[in-house]
Design a protein around this ligand. Structure first.
Ligand code: CTP
Ligand code: MG
Length: 196
């Protein structure tokens, strides 16, 4: 295989691993959320809800906790293994992303916290923007629906670690496809009414 394609594949696999706390925070907010809305039903001056019924306390809190739990497991268990695998697979990539790999429980929880809270807050910001543009709760806005939580997670995480720009680009591209793929599966399983 062309070595550069191989490098992109390895960086892509690592991108998914790195983003797992954010992806699973987002997925668990969706799965376990519901109930009291985060905006407590309040509206802004424009007469529209601040966030809407799709952003709830339960989803937000569970999302952040799941992000921290996944980060903990990564830091305490898999971080060193992933680092060794990267060195075997592509030392250049291992070197590039070294600063983003957690290798103990405390680092892991901290990274999980910024990725998870960034994800749910980014998603809430997406809902805020949708409401200001008069988009009803649950109506799709392509790219923003796929990337609001990813951008939130990356912005929060940038406060504590330097994320290489090539990793950021791969994360943005992969996330759009992952999000579409999981939505199509959820639709086929009857968990969602629309495929997008
Ligand atoms: N969810 C939640 N709490 C959150 C985020 C999500 O409870 N903080 C749950 C809600 O049940 C929500 C579902 O996950 O309906 C899907 O989330 P999302 O697609 O972000 O919300 P939408 O319902 O599509 O609403 P919006 O238009 O505001 O994006
Ligand atoms: Mg939505």
């Amino acid at each position: 295989m062309d070595p550069s394609i191989f490098s992109v594949l390895i960086l892509s696999a690592y991108a998914i691993y790195f983003m797992l706390p954010a992806y699973l925070a987002n997925a668990s907010a969706l799965t376990f959320g519901g109930g009291t809305p985060l905006d407590l039903g309040r509206s802004m001056n424009d007469g529209r809800r601040i966030l809407g019924d799709g952003v709830t306390w339960k989803g937000t809190i569970i999302g952040i906790l799941i992000g921290m739990a996944v980060g903990l497991v990564q830091g305490a268990i898999s971080g060193n293994i992933v680092h060794d695998l990267l060195i075997i697979g592509d030392p250049g990539i291992a070197n590039l992303v070294q600063g983003t790999i957690t290798s103990n429980a405390v680092q892991g929880i901290l990274l999980g916290l910024v990725l998870g809270s960034g994800a749910v807050i980014g998603d809430a910001c997406g809902s805020f923007i949708k409401r200001r543009f008069k988009v009803e709760r649950g109506r799709p806005v392509p790219l923003m629906d796929q990337l609001d939580f990813v951008v939130g997670a990356l912005v929060f995480t940038s406060l504590v670690v330097m994320i290489p720009s090539s990793l950021i680009i791969i994360i943005l591209v992969i996330s759009v496809f992952l999000h579409l793929g999981t939505n199509i599966i959820a639709y086929l399983l009857g968990l969602k009414n629309v495929w997008y």
